[in-house]
Design a protein around this ligand. Structure first.
Ligand SMILES: Nc1ncnc2c1ncn2[C@@H]1O[C@H](COP(=O)(O)OP(=O)(O)OP(=O)(O)O)[C@@H](O)[C@H]1O
Ligand SMILES: [Mg+2]
Length: 446
């Protein structure tokens, strides 16, 4: 019994030991597998991370390969070939969108640098694009890319990836005119000389004139305002964002009535917010509003200026109508007869540009000539007829009175008026329009 029992016990314990060993080995394998899995996961993560960094670097290298030196790149651009950038390339050149320049109705603008050292402004569009808008986008890139003028911001390229739609523009060192005009609290912007401001007005007018009258395909900007006038290091103005108006609805900072989302309140011409045909004369109106802001170095509408000066354009007209244009041209920074003469011209041109009737507004080539003193300016008529009590004596025919041109051109202007759709309207429609104009303008700016 003793020996047999010992033998049984020892064989049972040996079996148990083997079982335990097997169990332990299995457990070890499971643990090892788990550890291995963890290690593989970590390694994969690391590889992925490196790939991401690598991709950004590769993207930059691609840009180098595609773009080459600045000279070659600019030549290609001048040969009307806007570059196509990938979203990775844009992320790389903007250092992952780390430097924001500002934002507007279409999206956010970031500062970027191409590997060849060229600085760019990347506007990442947030408009949702259906097929129609996508087609418009491509057509627009073609138009903007082929439009080159010293007073227009250059489009270098675009991105049309599934997740990123963006426009890549030349970078304008001094930013937009806006910050030099309004003395907003905390503003550190340099104070511009009157001569510089006058130069900015003339240069901007030349940029718009090119869009309207000189480039291959006539372009109406629809959103002329100080924020869309950018300045180079030596304060040469360049008009930005021409051609964007057709890309679709924007955020509610913009007009969204019959103008199809075009224009910005305070600068948009009456026909953009009424059921009237729009033309390049919308830009002339907006440019007039910009001229007032340049003249006054202030926002046109500013409730802090006291009731009479709350809306600057109206105050300017009142002073002018009472023969007190001196009050206007005695504005800040205007010194000496030459300055005063230029300011007086700017004041009259502004009053002509913002006439209610589009055909009473000058063309941009006339605006340039008037601002440069090459064309005589006929005394302007009241542009705010419909929002001023003093206008009650006038009849609706006053709507059509006056032109910036000399009386020699009256016949031409009359035929222009009779050809315009508004002139063909009935008296009732004119009255409706007058009422609408008065109420919208009152809401918009007064
Ligand atoms: N090419 C550029 N170079 C330097 N700064 C720029 C450039 N483009 C835009 N910015 C800056 O970014 C800001 C925002 O521009 P953005 O065009 O998005 O808005 P906006 O002009 O105020 O409105 P909108 O959408 O009507 O054009 C500008 O005011 C300007 O300061
Ligand atoms: Mg803009």
């Amino acid at each position: 019994m003793g020996n047999a029992a010992v033998a049984i016990i020892s064989s049972v314990s040996a079996t148990a030991t083997v079982v335990v060993m097997i169990a332990l080995i299995r457990r070890c394998r499971v643990v090892r597998k788990k550890i291995k899995k963890k290690i593989v996961k970590k390694v994969l993560e690391e590889i992925e991370r490196k790939n991401r960094v690598g991709a950004a670097c590769d993207a930059l290298e691609d840009v180098v390969i595609e773009i080459g030196p600045v000279e070659k790149f600019l030549n290609e651009i001048l040969n009307e070939k806007p570059m196509r950038f990938s979203s990775e390339q844009l992320a790389a050149c903007t250092k992952n969108y780390s430097s924001e320049l500002g934002s507007g109705g279409y999206g956010v603008v970031y500062k970027g640098e191409l590997p060849n050292g060229l600085l760019v402004a990347v506007k990442v569009l947030k408009v949702s694009m259906n097929k129609k808008v996508q087609e418009a986008f491509m057509a627009e890139i073609g138009t903007i890319g082929r439009t080159y003028h010293v007073h227009l911001v250059r489009l270098y390229g675009f991105c049309f990836d599934a997740d990123t739609k963006a426009l890549v523009y030349e970078f304008l060192e001094k930013g937009s005119l806006e910050k030099y005009l309004y003395c907003d609290e905390g503003s550190t912007a340099t104070r511009l000389e009157w001569a510089t401001l006058h130069g900015i007005a003339v240069g901007t007018a030349k940029g718009i004139r090119y869009l309207h009258e000189e480039c291959q395909q006539r372009i109406v900007h629809y959103d002329i305002k100080p924020a869309n006038i950018l300045l180079t290091a030596d304060y040469t103005p360049k008009v930005a964002d021409f051609g964007l108006a057709r890309l679709g609805e924007r955020e509610n900072t913009h007009m969204s009535l019959t103008g199809g989302g075009r224009g910005t309140p305070g600068y948009a011409a009456p026909e953009l917010w009424m059921a009237l045909p729009a033309s390049e004369k919308c830009d002339v109106y907006s440019f007039g509003m910009v001229l007032f802001e340049i003249l006054g170095r202030r926002r046109n509408y500013d409730p802090c200026q006291g009731e009479s000066k709350e809306w600057f354009p109206r105050w300017v007209w009142e002073r002018y109508a009472q023969g007190e244009i001196e009050d206007v041209v005695a504005c800040d920074g205007i010194v000496g007869d030459a300055d005063r003469e230029k300011a007086e011209m700017m004041c009259k041109v502004a009053l002509w540009c913002v006439q209610f009737q589009p055909s009473a507004r000058p063309t941009m080539s006339s605006v340039v000539r008037m601002l440069e003193g090459e064309m005589a300016i006929v005394p302007p008529v009241n542009p705010f007829h419909y929002v001023m009590e003093s206008s009650s004596a006038s009849t609706s025919s006053g709507l059509w009175s006056g032109t910036y041109q000399s009386s020699r051109d009256t016949t031409a202007r009359e035929s222009e008026l009779s050809a315009s759709p508004a002139a063909k309207s009935t008296d009732a429609m004119i009255e409706d329009v007058e009422r609408a104009y008065a109420s919208v303008l009152a809401k918009q700016s007064l």
